[in-house]
Design a protein around this ligand. Structure first.
Ligand code: PLP
Length: 293
């Protein structure tokens, strides 16, 4: 079996300014139990996480990920993470898989009932081989997310902008997409605005303009979407955050789902109708996303 690694973090206070956090990390055996049965992360999905893409031992966009971890923690009223401690933990974990594509996960849990809180750990594991889907793309179906565009602001307890551990709904949406003969899903609001995929951000192309749903609509602000926008802007394209309908997706000149580990995959069909794709641009996006950033 491919090597996997995990280390527990003894969370440092946000005001702790030491240079070296290595003595707050403890390697754990990934095959052995490491969490208390009272863990809120496993009992309630009560915690936040990040998945960082690692290429040949280099973790990409670490700063964007640790900043989003802090943002998610704030939304969930979790103690603010000490970002330097997390940066160092990511570096230690990434170095454990020096070759190929890997994923480093950061998990910050509410902790243990009547016990230590929060609990925090980092894992590293080889990534799945996504080369075929990067080349061939995905067929998506649009799925009702069950709320309107204002839900995130109106009901902050829904934690919509946070990357929480509660991904049961996201996984159920993927299963529904597979039942409908598709590979992936794009969530739409009650009013028919597109949001994001269960594990990726959506970018569409209209002429020389690239558009993505605004993060204020209760979705995650994707680190990969930000990287892709940087590349597109450097190439002279216009990039926009917008309110986009399902029709905007179906009539786009091209569209992609982008995320940290799978990277950029073209959408080749929406609800059974074919969508044009641009294999050269998709390959260029992935070459950029696979380079050290
Ligand atoms: N939206 C959701 C719901 C996600 O789960 C993810 C990634 O897991 C993304 C968007 C893309 O985020 P990133 O590009 O930072 O991986």
């Amino acid at each position: 079996m491919a090597q996997r690694y995990a280390l527990m973090i003894d969370p440092a206070d946000v005001a702790d300014a030491r240079d070296d956090y290595s003595d707050t990390f403890t390697d754990v055996d990934v095959e052995a139990p490491a969490l208390s049965v009272g863990e809120f992360s496993t009992q309630r999905g009560d915690g936040v996480f990040e998945s960082i893409g690692v290429i040949d031992g280099h973790a990409n966009e670490v700063e964007a990920h640790v900043q989003r971890l802090a943002h998610s923690a704030q939304i969930c009223d979790l103690p603010a993470p000490n970002l330097e401690q997390w940066r160092q933990a990511v570096a230690v974990a990434a170095a454990r898989i020096p070759q190929g594509e890997a994923v480093v996960k950061l998990i910050l849990s509410r902790g243990v009932e009547h016990g230590p809180a929060p609990t925090a750990w980092v894992t590293a594991a080889p990534a799945a081989d996504f080369s075929a889907v990067r080349r061939d793309g995905v067929r998506v179906v649009t799925l009702d997310r069950g709320y309107d565009l204002g839900a995130g602001e109106r009901a902050p307890w829904l934690l919509l902008g946070a990357k929480t551990l509660s991904y049961a709904v996201n996984m159920a949406a993927l299963r529904e997409a597979h039942r409908r003969g598709a590979d992936d899903a794009v969530f739409v609001t009650r009013e028919g605005f597109v949001l994001e995929a269960p594990t990726a951000s959506l970018i569409i192309r209209r002429g020389d303009e690239f558009l993505t749903p605004a993060p204020s609509g209760g979705i995650l602000h994707g680190t990969t979407q930000l990287s892709v926008y940087e590349l597109l802007e450097s190439r002279g394209f216009r990039t926009t955050y917008a309110t986009l309908s399902a029709t905007d997706l179906a009539t786009a000149d091209a569209a992609w789902l982008v995320s940290s580990i799978r990277l950029a995959v073209a959408i080749t069909a929406v609800d059974g109708a074919p969508l044009a794709s641009d294999p050269d641009l998709t390959a260029e996006l992935n070459a950029f996303l696979l380079s050290p950033r």
